[in-house]
Design a protein around this ligand. Structure first.
Ligand SMILES: NC(=O)c1ccc[n+]([C@@H]2O[C@H](COP(=O)([O-])OP(=O)(O)OC[C@H]3O[C@@H](n4cnc5c(N)ncnc54)[C@H](OP(=O)(O)O)[C@@H]3O)[C@@H](O)[C@H]2O)c1
Length: 350
C-alpha cells in the first residue's frame, strides 16, 4: 500500500525555498506547494523549474506555484519558511490567519529568525539549517552551489516523530542525488548560532569593506575586527548556554579553536587565506542589488543579546551601524567605513 504523502507548503519560494521544495518533490515523499511573489512565481505558473547542479547537470520539473496561501485548498502538514528575516512578521501573520497556530513551521532562515517564528506558533516552530547555497539566475532557474548538509531539530532538543518524518522526506531526495546529507539534530540552536558566528564575521565584514573573504583574512584591520566580533559572540553564547562547538559546522569549530588570543587568530586567518578563492557572500550581493540586508538578525541579534545581558559588544555594534549607514547611502563601502578600534568604546546602542 502506498504511504500517504505529506502536503508541504514552501512559504517564501525564492532562492533557497524553491530549492528545498524541489528536493522534497523529487524525493517523492511529499506533495509540495510553492508560495512566492514576482517574476519567479509568474514564470513557474506557466513553465517548468530548471535546477542547475554544480556538476553541470540540469533537472526540470513542473511545480505547483501560487501567489498567496488563499489560493491553496488543501491544508498543509508542515510549512517550510524561507522569507528573508525581516519579512517574517508579515508572512507569519498570513500563515496564522489562514491555518491558526497548529501547523509546524520549519524555518531555514539565517540568524535567529526562528525565535520570531516561535512568537507566532510556539512549540510548532521547528529549527532548520540549510548549509547549501542557492541562487535564482533568472526567473524559474535556480543554481545550487556548494552543499554541506541539511539539519532539522526541535528547539527543545528532542528528536520528535515530526522531525524524523521531515528528515525522511528530505532524505528521499538522496536516492536521486547522493551529495546531500540530511540530519535530525538535538542541537539546532547551536547550529544556528554557529552559522551566525560565521555570518556576523565573514559575511558582514566582506560586505562593508567590499573585499573578498580572503582579503579580509589578510588585512590587519579586518583581522582585528573579526577577532573582536568572534570573541563577543562566543562570550554571549556562553551566557546563553548555547553549545556552538558540538555542531556539524566545522568552520565554527575552527573559529573557536583559534580565538584564544589575537596572535593565534591572526595566524589562523593568514594560514587559511591562500586556500580561499576570491569570493564574497550574500550580504555583499544584497548591498550590490540595493536590497535591505539581514544585518538586524545577524550582528543586530548579538547587539540585542548584549543589551539583555549587560555585555558590551562594540564590534558588533559598529558593524550594525556601518551597514545601516551604507544601506541609507550615507557611507561608501570600503576599509575606511570601519571606525578605528580606539573609537569603538564610544559606540553605545543600548
Ligand atoms: N539563498 C541561499 O543560498 C540561502 C541559504 C541558506 C539560508 N538562506 C536564508 O534563507 C532566507 C531566504 O533567502 P533567499 O536567498 O531564498 O531569499 P529570496 O530569494 O529573497 O527568497 C525569499 C522570497 O520570499 C518572498 N516573500 C517574502 N514575503 C512573502 C510573503 N508574505 N508571501 C509570499 N512570498 C514572500 C520574497 O519575495 P520578494 O522578493 O518580493 O520580497 C522572495 O521571493 C534568508 O534568511 C537567507 O539568509 C539562504
Amino acid at each position: 500500500m502506498n504511504e500517504r504523502r505529506d502536503h508541504v507548503i514552501v512559504m517564501g519560494a525564492g532562492a533557497i525555498g524553491t530549492l528545498l521544495g524541489a528536493y522534497l518533490q523529487i524525493g517523492g515523499k511529499a506533495k509540495v506547494s510553492f508560495v512566492g511573489r514576482g517574476s519567479h512565481i509568474d514564470f513557474l505558473q506557466k513553465n517548468e523549474l530548471s535546477l542547475e547542479f554544480p556538476n553541470g547537470s540540469i533537472t526540470r520539473l513542473k511545480v505547483d506555484a501560487y501567489q498567496a496561501l488563499d489560493e491553496i485548498e488543501e491544508k498543509p502538514d508542515w510549512i517550510i519558511f524561507t522569507v528573508r528575516t525581516y519579512q517574517t512578521d508579515k508572512a507569519m501573520r498570513q500563515i496564522v490567519k489562514r491555518y491558526g497556530t497548529t501547523i509546524p513551521v520549519v524555518s531555514f532562515q539565517n540568524g535567529l529568525a526562528i525565535k520570531d517564528v516561535a512568537t507566532f506558533v510556539g512549540e510548532n516552530a521547528v529549527g532548520g539549517e540549510a548549509l547549501i547555497s542557492s541562487l535564482i539566475v533568472s526567473p524559474g532557474t535556480l543554481r545550487q552551489g556548494q552543499i554541506t548538509g541539511l539539519y532539522i531539530g526541535e528547539l527543545s532538543g528532542k528528536i520528535s516523530d515530526r522531525v524524523n518524518r521531515m528528515r525522511a522526506a528530505f532524505d528521499a531526495f538522496k536516492e536521486h542525488f547522493k551529495d546531500i546529507e540530511v540530519h535530525a539534530t538535538t542541537n539546532i540552536l547551536g547550529a544556528i548560532w554557529a552559522k551566525l558566528l560565521i555570518n556576523a564575521t565573514n559575511n558582514t565584514l566582506s560586505a562593508v569593506t567590499d573585499l573578498s573573504v580572503r582579503q579580509t583574512y589578510e588585512n590587519e584591520k579586518t583581522q582585528r575586527y573579526s577577532y573582536g566580533l568572534v570573541t563577543e559572540i562566543l562570550r554571549l553564547a556562553k551566557r546563553e548556554n548555547i553549545d556552538i562547538y558540538n555542531t556539524p559546522i566545522g568552520l565554527a569549530k575552527a573559529f573557536i579553536d583559534h580565538a584564544q588570543s589575537f596572535e593565534a587568530w591572526k595566524r589562523y586567518l593568514e594560514e587559511r587565506a591562500p586556500c580561499l578563492g576570491h569570493f564574497k557572500l550574500s550580504m555583499s550581493d544584497m548591498l550590490n542589488r540595493g536590497i535591505k540586508t539581514e544585518v538586524d538578525h545577524i550582528n543586530g541579534y548579538i547587539v540585542q543579546k548584549g543589551c539583555e545581558n549587560g555585555e558590551k559588544v562594540p564590534y558588533n555594534e559598529a558593524l550594525l551601524t556601518v551597514v545601516h549607514k551604507i544601506e541609507r547611502g550615507e557611507l561608501e563601502r570600503g576599509l575606511q567605513s570601519l571606525p578605528p578600534y580606539e573609537l569603538l568604546a564610544d559606540i553605545v546602542l543600548c
